[in-house]
Design a protein around this ligand. Structure first.
Ligand SMILES: [Zn+2]
Length: 505
């Protein structure tokens, strides 16, 4: 068990408390597990009843996230918390003081076990995902929208118990543990708990598939309108090929279970998690669109969930973290999504190149490219509130094209021996947990290291400026013109590079 009284958290609570002119800080004390119990209640106004047991604390501060990782806009989940109560281990009520919009403090005399309970109702969805959705036949919960955390205790192990109606299934990518009365799930800390979407539904309202890659079970859950899925086996087979392709590209699968949640005809888009992803599935979408979307969310299990900017984990849930690297987090993920569905044989090289032709044309038709750089679009996303970019420039769109240019440049300067995937594997080894994430400088350095030469000027031009992107020069490395069409009489080296890019590694 890890020690779970963190001086920084205690200090923060102290500052908050002093700022409110009220309570003294809790001293560092023992270690322990924080237990959450979640129970959906149906009635005129459905809600979740959440109970939180915190061992051995004094004057604990409770906070509700302001934002949800992956969805870069402010949602202020504290606004939904009601009927917040606290008791000591003997059932005596404890006073609670609200310190600010997101923070409450429970008053205890000594360090003791505290039981906290509260309600959250159905909540509106975020941009990419449902938050709390309670329907007669199904409940979906995104952790940041539902779970309070104890300031200074976010790194404590947590346990989750779900009180579901009899016969319903609970689907969550956490390790289950059967107790005498119920199933309890354990998560290493609050980040892991909230990174695990919870779906509760009757088996008749679920369509469940599964496949195995590298001995690991991957579950595919269609919910909401599962009867609208006409070819679940085709979709599942597609996912299996994506998992194989991306796993091979990244040197193996770093988890013991994975869940694809597909909200059929649902709201929002896709949201990544370390061992799962929740995506909307529209029955009318093409298999290529399905594959590219799933490949994007799946690749996030590396790019952002394990390979991440320093500020994106462990998370500050109250102060939205600013990073200049969302073009890498989102755009480069999209580049690898398309590369992996090519590798998986789900699209042809011609379709792959046609995708980039359209992407370049669309980017070149956007006047914002001359006004906003990739890092500005990343940094100012919180001002825009759209989780996509700033002032008309999408870090998805430009970032994917940066991925294209970087990959071709790396292949070129390394004489067709290394690629952007080598950068990803280097970043994974060097910056994934338990290491801290990367800084902007470390990201650039990793690219230079794989290139074995200094690409800083090239990199800076793509990331920091609004200069036109060097599509013609980069595609020429692969014997292609700016429309992604083969150049007649291209050099042998360029054709070899193109072959390896489109068919090889
Ligand atoms: Zn994404």
């Amino acid at each position: 068990m890890r020690v779970c009284r963190h001086i920084i958290g205690v200090f923060l609570c102290y500052v908050l408390a002093k700022g409110a002119g009220a309570y003294a800080a809790a001293p560092p004390s023992s270690e322990g597990t924080i237990s959450y119990r979640l129970k959906p209640i149906w009635g005129n106004t459905p809600y979740l009843e959440i109970t939180l047991r915190v061992p051995e604390v004094q004057n604990p501060c409770l906070q509700m996230p302001v934002w949800c990782p992956g969805d870069y806009h402010v949602q202020n989940f504290a606004q939904y918390v009601s009927r917040l109560r606290a008791e000591d281990g003997y059932g005596h009520a404890l006073a609670i003081k609200r310190l600010d919009e997101n923070t409450w403090q429970v008053q205890t005399n000594v360090a003791e076990d505290v039981v906290i309970s509260y309600r959250v109702p159905q909540e509106p969805p975020g941009i990419f995902c449902e938050n709390v959705q309670i329907r007669p036949d199904q409940v979906f919960v995104s952790g940041t929208a539902a779970f309070l955390y104890v300031v200074g205790e976010k790194e404590c192990p947590t346990r989750l118990e779900v009180d579901a109606p009899k016969g319903w299934q609970v689907i969550v990518p956490l390790t289950p543990e059967q107790t005498a009365e119920s199933v309890v799930y354990s998560a290493e800390d609050y980040d892991a708990l909230t990174d695990s979407p919870i779906l509760i539904a009757a088996p008749a309202d679920l369509l469940i598939q599964q496949f195995v890659v590298d001995g690991i079970v991957h579950r595919v859950i269609f919910f909401d309108h599962p009867q609208e899925v006409t070819e679940p086996q085709t979709l599942t087979k597609t996912l299996q090929r994506i998992v194989q392709a991306e796993g091979e590209m990244m040197g193996g699968l770093p988890y013991s279970q994975y869940i694809f949640y597909f909200d059929v005809d649902g709201r929002g888009g896709g949201l990544e998690h370390r061992n799962s992803a929740r995506l909307v599935y529209l029955p009318e979408e093409t298999l290529t669109d399905f594959a590219a979307f799933a490949a994007h969310e799946f690749f996030h299990l590396w790019n952002v969930k394990r390979i991440r900017p320093k500020v994106l984990g462990p998370f500050d849930y109250v102060h939205p973290p600013h990073t200049r690297s969302l073009w890498f987090v989102e755009g480069v993920t999209d580049y690898f999504a398309w590369l992996s569905i090519l590798r998986a044989g789900l699209i042809t090289p011609q379709q792959f190149l046609a995708h980039w032709r359209r992407a370049i044309q669309s980017y070149m038709a956007n006047p914002a490219r001359l006004q906003v750089s990739a890092e500005q679009a990343s940094w100012h996303v919180w001002d825009a509130g759209n989780s996509e970019g700033y002032e008309g420039l999408s870090y998805y769109d430009k970032g994917a094209l940066i991925g294209l240019c970087l990959d071709l440049e790396l292949r070129y300067v390394t004489h067709n021996t290394r690629s952007l995937a080598d950068v990803m594997r280097l970043l994974l080894r060097r910056y994934a947990p338990p290491h801290a994430g990367y800084t902007e400088e470390e990201l650039r350095n990793a690219i230079n290291e794989v290139a074995a030469s200094d690409l800083s000027d090239f990199y800076n031009r793509l990331i920091q400026t609004t200069e036109e992107m060097p599509f013609g020069a980069c595609l020429a490395h692969a014997g292609l013109d700016a429309d992604c069409e083969p150049i007649p009489g291209a050099a042998e080296e360029a054709i070899a590079l193109r072959d390896r890019w489109l068919k090889g590694r």
